[in-house]
Design a protein around this ligand. Structure first.
Ligand SMILES: *Cc1c(COP(=O)(O)O)cnc(C)c1O
Length: 465
């Protein structure tokens, strides 16, 4: 047997262990961080290890690693497991291409381009559109910001920053915007945080007022980041109203759909991004709503010229054959680039666009079930709104941070908390489309059962104000 055949046999054994373990213990046995190195053999040693011992160590590591694919994981903006996407990602690992040239990636280039082309069609971008697969949503936002910066001030690529560029997002936007302002040389102080309405959506009027004020102060409004699915509430900024402003003042409009941009696949929910065709760039994470393995981020641009202008740096030693359209390295941030497209393509190819629609719709169905449960139960307080898969609530006035930590430490369920304005609450994210109504109701049952058995949970009212 070749090494790879032998190791894949071991892989299959370990997969069996993991799947069985997920069913038996949906929340992993938790190891206290300060005991980690005592409990598990993570040491790297000079000598080799025989396969049986090696396998035993791997088994221990698998069993005690947090489980994100089970029906009790609601902590993050990803969860579950789309098995056709897992299959694609495993194949990508075996193929081990790098996506920069056709010479090295071959048909994988076409796979990536087909996803980009279809995605551009879905959002109504025209014939000049294109895109790339950055390393994540944060990087997508960064690349969009660089294109917006360069479009406004092309000289800054040579001279560095010489002009007072100002950029905008809402108070509820992802924190990567803040970091990116510093990375891009624009500076965090030149980022304006626009107020939101009571449902967490950017106020277009407040944006317009701020832009006018900045112009009066000699600033150059350059870029707006609108969000399709804010990180806490899952709110959608009003893209059409924002596009009226960015078009009027010649600013770049980026729509950060990392969390919920995948609504573009759903007839019922794509109205939440109405106006997206007017944006200059749009990004979404297939590893969030569509359930592919991490990471799978897609950045689309309405005019591919901007991708070239900001990211191509001709390297003759690399680009020796085929045209630009097949040498994707000319429009990417990094040089060597992992194949993140194949896992999305295997999913899309196998379930069709209708299947992706069902995945998205199911998450909203599950959110509706959670909302109905909370609304019909007076012991709960609801803080989130319709058309969001982030369901935010408190139960019996229990301090949400203490509750989430206790649920985690006792391996009951993994769920997080968030804040909006003055409120802090539990945030249940119904992003695992493999879940069904019973799994959501089971979540509330295990939470209530835990609270009933745990007398000393802190109350919100008991906290100092
Ligand atoms: C998750 C998220 C990001 C960051 O994406 P990563 O892939 O984790 O870098 C950016 N914006 C929003 C709205 C997100 O929810």
């Amino acid at each position: 047997m070749s090494n790879i055949t032998k190791d894949l046999a071991m892989f299959n054994e370990l997969v069996e262990v993991l799947i069985t373990e997920e069913a038996a213990h949906p929340v992993a046995e938790r190891i206290e961080a300060n005991k980690l190195y005592d409990v598990l053999d993570l040491s790297l040693n000079t000598g080799e290890m025989i396969d049986d011992e090696f396998k035993a160590v791997l088994r221990e590591v698998l069993v005690s690693t947090p489980k994100t694919a089970t029906n009790l994981f609601f902590n993050q903006l990803f969860g579950g497991r789309q098995s056709k996407a897992v299959l694609g990602d495993l194949l990508a690992v075996l193929l081990n291409n790098s996506m920069y040239t056709y010479k090295v990636a071959g048909p994988q280039v076409g796979i990536e381009q087909e996803i980009i082309r279809q995605s551009c069609n879905l959002i109504g971008y025209g014939a000049a559109s294109n895109g790339t697969f950055p390393t994540g949503g944060s990087m997508s936002n960064y690349m969009a910001l660089l294109m917006g910066r360069d479009a406004k001030d092309p000289e800054c690529r040579l001279d560095g920053m010489t002009k007072p560029l100002i950029i905008y997002t809402s108070k509820e936007a992802h924190y990567s915007n803040d970091k990116n302002a510093s990375f891009a040389g624009i500076g965090r102080k030149n980022m304006r945080y626009i107020a939101t309405d009571s449902k967490g959506r950017m106020l277009a009027n407040a944006l317009a007022a701020q832009v006018i004020e900045d112009i009066a102060d000699g600033g150059i409004p350059t870029y707006v980041n609108a969000t399709a699915g804010t990180t806490v509430l899952g709110a959608f900024d009003p893209i059409d109203a924002i596009a009226d402003i960015t078009e009027k003042y010649g600013m770049w409009l980026h729509v950060d759909g990392a969390y919920c941009g995948s609504v573009i696949f759903s007839e019922d929910y794509k109205h939440l991004v109405t106006g997206v065709e007017r944006s200059n760039s749009f990004s979404y994470n297939a590893h969030k709503m569509l359930g592919t393995p991490l990471t799978c981020s897609i950045l689309l641009v309405n005019d591919k010229k901007h991708l070239h202008d900001s990211f191509s740096n001709d390297a003759d030693y690399l680009y020796q054959t085929d045209g630009d359209d097949f040498n994707l390295g000319k429009t990417s941030f990094q040089c060597g680039r992992r194949n993140d497209a194949l896992k999305f393509w295997t999913l899309w190819k196998s379930v069709g666009t209708n299947g992706l629609k069902d995945i998205v719709d199911q998450q909203f169905n599950l959110a509706d079930i959670a909302l109905a449960y909370i609304r019909s139960n007076p012991e709960y307080t609801l803080y989130s709104f319709d058309d969001s898969i982030s369901v935010c609530f408190n139960y019996k006035d229990i301090e949400p941070m203490a509750l989430c930590t206790a649920l985690y430490e006792h391996q009951i369920t993994v769920v997080g908390f968030g804040s909006f304005e003055a409120d802090t609450f539990v945030r249940l994210v119904t992003i695992n489309a493999n879940n069904e109504a019973v799994d959501i109701l089971n979540f509330f049952q295990v939470l209530e059962g835990f609270v009933a058995k745990t007398p000393h949970l802190e109350k919100v009212a008991a906290l100092p104000v």
